[in-house]
Write a protein that binds this ligand. Sequence first.
Ligand code: GLC
Length: 559
Amino acid sequence: MRINKKNLKWWQKTIVYEAYPSSFQDTDGDGIGNLKGITMHLDYLKSFGVGAIWLTPVYASPMKDNGYDISDYYAINPTYGSMEDMEELIAEAKKRGIRIVMDMVFNHTSDKNAWFTESASSRDNAKADWYIWRDAKEDGSAPNNWGGIFGGSVWTWCETRQQYYLHTFGDFQPDLNWENPEVRRALYDVANFWLDKGVGGFRLDAVTYIKKPKELADGPVNPFMGYASVHDMTANTEGILDFLHEFRSMAVEGHDIFAVGEANGVSSDELDKWVGEKGVFDMLFEFSHVNVQFDGPQNWCQTRPWKLTDLKKAFFDSQKATENTGWYPIFLENHDQPRSVNHFLPADAENQAAAKALGMLATTLRGTPFIYQGEELGMTNVQRQSIEDYDDVLSINQYEIALNKGFTKEEALACVMEYSRDNARTPMQWDASENAGFSAGRPWLGVNPNFKTVNAALQENDESSVLNWYRSLYRLREEYSLLIDGDFGELFSDSEEIFAYTRENDNQKAIILINFTGKNVSYDAQQVFDAQPALFSGKSCVAGSLEPYQAVCYIKDKG
Ligand code: GLC
C-alpha cells in the first residue's frame, strides 16, 4: 500500500505516550501509581503533543509480571482504582483530544484467571481445552525440551489434571489455546468490551507466540539456556495470520482506532502480510535497533560492542521496510528496555544534551513516535547494590541463571543491572520532594537517586530543559508537515559520529543531523546550503559543524 499522504489517520500524525501505571503517579499514598494519577497529569502530557496514551495492563492481576498476568480482563486492578476511575480517565483524556490505548495480553492469562482455574480442575470441564495441556512423557518428564522466555522449561505439572500446561513466559502465565474457537471468541469479546468503553487502540502483547506448531516436537538446544528456545520454536508459526485476520475483522475494522503488535520474530520481508492494507496491524514493534548489542534474544548477558553504523542500519532498514507498507512505530524505550540514554549514549547518559539528541531521533524519523514515561525528562538507568532491590521477575530469574552458569554474584548483578527491565520502571520524577513527588508512601520500587536534579518541576521552568525540548519538537512537527508525511532518505550512512537523514515532501526538504559523540564534529556544509535551522539544541548552529550531542533540523523550500 502506498501511504496516502494527504489523508493520514489521526494516529499517524500524533505522538503516543506509554504510561506504566504502577510508576506514574500515586494519589492515595500506597506507594503504587494509579489511574487517578494519570488523569491528574493529562495537561502535562498534552503540553508536548501526546494524542494517545498506551497503558500497560491495568486489569485485575496478581502482578507477578506487573499486570502481564491478567486474572480478569473485565476488571480494573483495585490498586489502580475502579472502573469509574477508568471511565473518568477515558472521558477526561477525550476532552483534551487524547485517546487511551489498551494493552491486550492475549497469548496467556494469569494462573489465577477463572478460565484457567476451571481448565485446570479436570480433564473434562467446559474449559478443559482453553489452555495447552499435554501428557507427560513415559518417564514422567515434560512433553518436550522447550525453554521459556523467563528461563526454565515451558511446562509446569498440574496435580489435578495429571498433565503439563505450556507457558511461553513464567509458570504463572499459562498460554491460551488459540486453536479453540471459543477462546478466540472470548478474547474478541474482551476487545469489544473495551471498544465500547471508548478506547482508541490496542497494543497486542507477545502476539507472535499465539500460534504453536501442530507437533510440539523437541528442538535444537541452545547451550546457554539448556533448552530449545520457545521463541525459535513458535514465533510466527505458519497459520498465525489467519487468527489475526479474524481478530482484525472482529475487533478492529470499522472502528477509528489503531492496533500495534509486539512482533518479535517477524522479518521485514514478511511485513506486508502483517501491516498495511492487506495486513493485520497498523504498526508493528520490531526490535532490531534495541537489540543492536545482542547476538540473539536469549543472549542477554553476552553483549557485543556495536557501532553507530549498526544502529543506523537497523533504523534505516525499518524506515525502508515501512516506506510503502504499513507505518513505523518509532521507539527508543519501553517498559522492557533500559533507558535510551544509557542504551545508546552510555558515556554521557546524565548529560541533557544526550537526551535531546535522542529526542530529535524519536520524533523526526518517519512514523508515529512512542515516548516512554520519563524519556521526555532524560530519566536514566538506576544502579542497585543487590538483587534484593529488584522486582522484575525476568531480572531475578536471569540472576539465578547467571549464578548457575558460574558467574560470581558481582558479575551476575552487573549483567542484570545494565539491561534490567526495572531500569525503566522506577517511579516518575515529578519534583525534588520526598519520593520525587511520585507518592506520599513508600514507592513499590525505589526511586532513582538522581531525582533531585532530573525532575519535571525543575525542567518546567528551564527554557533549555529536555522537557521543553520535547515541546519544541512537538511544535516543529506541527509547523512542518513534512516531518509527518515526508519521505525518508539516508544521509552520511557511513559516519560513525553523525546520525543524519532527510525528510522530503513536494514543497520542502528537512535535513536532520544528530551528533552521537561528546566532541565537536564536522560535516560537508554543502548538505545544508540554502537551508535554515528550524530547531537546534546547543549554543549556536553553524553550518558544517556540530557541538557535542547537538541535534539540528534544517529546512529548505524546494524551488
Ligand atoms: C511482553 C511485555 C512484557 C511481558 C511479556 C509477557 O513482552 O512487554 O513486559 O513480561 O510480554 O506478557
